[in-house]
Write a protein that binds this ligand. Sequence first.
Ligand SMILES: *[C@@H]1O[C@H](CO)[C@@H](O)[C@H](O)[C@H]1NC(C)=O
Ligand SMILES: *[C@@H]1O[C@H](CO)[C@@H](O)[C@H](O)[C@H]1NC(C)=O
Ligand SMILES: *[C@@H]1O[C@H](CO)[C@@H](O)[C@H](O)[C@H]1NC(C)=O
Ligand SMILES: *[C@@H]1O[C@H](CO)[C@@H](O)[C@H](O)[C@H]1NC(C)=O
Ligand SMILES: *[C@@H]1O[C@H](CO)[C@@H](O)[C@H](O)[C@H]1NC(C)=O
Length: 192
Amino acid sequence: MLATLTLFLGLPLALATQSCAPLVPVTFDSTTIPQLLGQWFYIAGASRYPPHLAELRAVTFEAFSFSPGSHEDELNITEIIRMNETCVVRNSSRIQVFQQNSTLVHVDDNGVVSTARLIQSDRDLLIVNHINIDSPNLSLSARTPKVSKEHMEEFKAHLQCLGFTEQEVFYASTEHACPLPRDEDNADPQLG
Ligand SMILES: *[C@@H]1O[C@H](CO)[C@@H](O)[C@H](O)[C@H]1NC(C)=O
Ligand SMILES: *[C@@H]1O[C@H](CO)[C@@H](O)[C@H](O)[C@H]1NC(C)=O
Ligand SMILES: *[C@@H]1O[C@H](CO)[C@@H](O)[C@H](O)[C@H]1NC(C)=O
Ligand SMILES: *[C@@H]1O[C@H](CO)[C@@H](O)[C@H](O)[C@H]1NC(C)=O
Ligand SMILES: *[C@@H]1O[C@H](CO)[C@@H](O)[C@H](O)[C@H]1NC(C)=O
């Protein structure tokens, strides 16, 4: 569910007070892909886009890992997601990295395409804003299943500036963690 790679930035003017830090997109360069590789944990997200909202509601845990894909600008993704109580593994979607316009295009196993940009933050955080649909959205993932209070506050401040209320924010929970697929040989992780 890299639909959690879905963020939005429809700044309602009334909420754009002086305390709102702008969402500054990352400009990609040759270091971008190496910095994305490896394991990430989805932490929280919010969206007003109904299909994403349904997914945010259903998902209580998600870990994903980026590995080099078939081309230089492509990343393969393995995701393990607890959705509606059940752990599911998805390993057939990929990300195309467009350096020229600093966008990520996620193609899932059903061929659904979504376009996202990365928002500048700590290098151990992955803040994503989906740009192909016109409604507010933002998601936070991190190298660890939990983030510091400071990082969470920073993310929540962005959400607030986008006009989300606390009730509209969905959080992953480590209590719902799924076993991580370690390697291909360990082909039968205990799921559920
Ligand atoms: C997400 O937010 C951005 C602006 O921050 C907006 O351009 C985009 O259309 C939104 N995407 C979705 C999927 O709602
Ligand atoms: C990436 O995924 C594609 C399609 O699922 C697969 O054919 C390819 O072998 C994978 N690449 C690597 C390097 O694992
Ligand atoms: C999860 O549950 C919701 C509500 O019961 C349902 O609409 C949705 O299709 C389910 N999703 C999956 C992937 O099972
Ligand atoms: C995805 O998982 C299936 C089943 O475990 C495996 O056969 C396949 O090689 C994996 N594909 C990739 C790209 O890792
Ligand atoms: C980014 O560039 C790619 C390749 O040129 C293009 O296909 C894609 O539509 C562009 N995306 C945006 C959001 O401009």
